[in-house]
Design a protein around this ligand. Structure first.
Ligand code: CMC
Length: 390
């Protein structure tokens, strides 16, 4: 019947088959191409993880060098694109700036418009991986009124991004392996999560044969929302508000439980995980490590830990199987590293990029792919007539 087909939020509908990422939400398991997330996050670099997600196997030394060389070859942005960034209002949120920048790549690389050409898909993949960190750094530099820095290809992917974002200040970071490794790890933990809202968006847009840039730009916009990638920003705002208000953590939890003004415990709950998010565990360890290494004593970390402890003991959260998700502790780490709150979701986008690319390519090669076109149940007026028609 029509009713069984109605599936708000696609809770019961698989939109595709995929070989990329496996999740068992009840057991709290996440694997990239079969490898458990904790193994990937401790053994591989972010670029190796990108290769793994996109190509299906861990790269050999040769494959990795080749992959990294190709990324380096594409790090420069067209000079005119700088004017594009300059044109935004100074206080522009970096997420829409990022999605607009990615969308604009199609205008500079018209050859990318043919997604049926494997060579073009390969080049677009390198262009995206190379240019997204540069655009992310530009979006930040623009918001603080500083000059854009050119990429330095002698640095690693993550070091290069840190330098372009923080300029001279980045020397402390680039020389501090705790910071570089923590950012590598955070990007890896965000690299893919099967059919989440932004990845499904990338697939839906790509199913129309739109190119990789248009599809990823749409994915960035989907990620912007506070129920998805924007949650990392929302968590920090929530923690800062609790701190500023002087309200006790227990009282805040009560307000969440009473659903006062629809207030939610940001960074808690997940559509798929009904157990502790395996990524959140790894992020929590990193939070202590990074803050200690940087000598930062941020009371917001204490508030986060207290919130977690109270929520995990509380019936409301237990009944609904609500646990901290990947975003709960990331913000405290990004803040300690010196990123402004508004850059947090941009960091998520940098991490998720390989996943978006891997899914777009998997879909593009799958002969069973059809244009995505959900159905609806019409509940509006039956036919009625304008005056003069009977
Ligand atoms: N705080 C308080 N109550 C919650 C929360 C929360 N964070 N999340 C879910 N609930 C309650 C919800 O009110 C509902 O209760 P009831 O049955 O009484 O109506 C029940 O739990 C089920 O919630 P739902 O909204 O039907 O669950 P969903 O699967 O549609 O939503 C979610 C998943 C992630 C959107 C939601 O848990 C949420 O809004 N969390 C806060 C935002 C957040 O942290 N998002 C990041 C997700 S992980 C990273 C990413 O992929 O972007």
């Amino acid at each position: 019947t029509g009713l069984t087909a109605l599936d708000y939020g696609f809770v019961n509908t698989s939109s595709t088959k995929s070989k990329i990422t496996y999740i068992d939400g009840e057991a709290g398991i996440l694997r990239y191409r079969g490898f458990p997330i904790d193994q990937v996050a401790t053994k591989l670099s972010f670029v190796e993880t990108a290769y793994l997600l996109i190509h299906g196997n861990v790269p050999s030394q040769n494959e990795l060098e080749n992959f990294e060389d190709n990324i380096r070859r594409h790090t420069l942005l067209h000079e005119d694109l700088k004017d594009f960034f300059s044109g935004f209002p100074r206080r522009a949120h970096p997420m829409p700036v990022l999605s607009a920048g990615v969308s604009a790549l199609s205008t500079y690389y018209e050859d990318s418009l043919d997604p049926s050409s494997p060579a073009q898909v390969e080049t677009s993949t390198y262009r995206l991986l190379a240019k997204l960190p540069v655009m992310a750094a530009y979006a930040h530099k623009k918001s603080i009124g500083q000059a854009f820095l050119y990429p330095d290809n002698s640095l690693s992917y993550v070091e290069n991004f840190l330098r372009m974002t923080f300029g001279n200040m980045a020397e402390d970071y680039v020389q501090n392996p705790v910071v570089v490794n923590a950012l590598e790890r955070l990007l890896i933990l965000h690299a893919d999560h099967e059919q989440n809202a932004s990845t499904s968006t990338v697939r839906l847009v790509g199913s129309t044969d739109a190119n990789l840039f248009a599809s990823v730009s749409a994915g960035i916009n989907a990620l912007f929302g506070p129920l998805h990638g924007g949650a990392n920003e929302a968590v920090l705002t929530m923690l800062a508000e609790i701190q500023a208000s002087g309200e006790s953590v227990a009282k805040y939890v009560e307000r969440v439980k009473n659903k006062e003004d629809g207030v939610r415990l940001m960074g808690f709950g997940h559509r798929v995980y009904k157990n502790y998010d395996p990524r959140a565990r790894l992020v929590k360890d990193s939070a202590d490590e990074v803050l200690n290494a940087l000598g930062v004593n941020d009371p917001l970390l204490g508030i986060a830990k207290e919130l977690e402890a109270i929520a995990l003991e509380d019936e409301y959260f237990q009944e609904r199987k609500l646990y901290p998700n990947v975003d709960f502790y990331t913000g405290v780490i990004y803040k300690a590293m010196g990123f402004p709150t508004r850059m947090f979701t941009v960091l998520f986008a940098l991490g998720r990029l390989p996943g978006w690319i891997a899914h777009w390519r998997e879909m593009n090669l799958d002969p069973q792919t059809k244009i995505g076109r959900p159905q609806q149940l019409y509940i509006g007026e039956q036919q009625r007539n304008l005056p003069g028609f009977n």
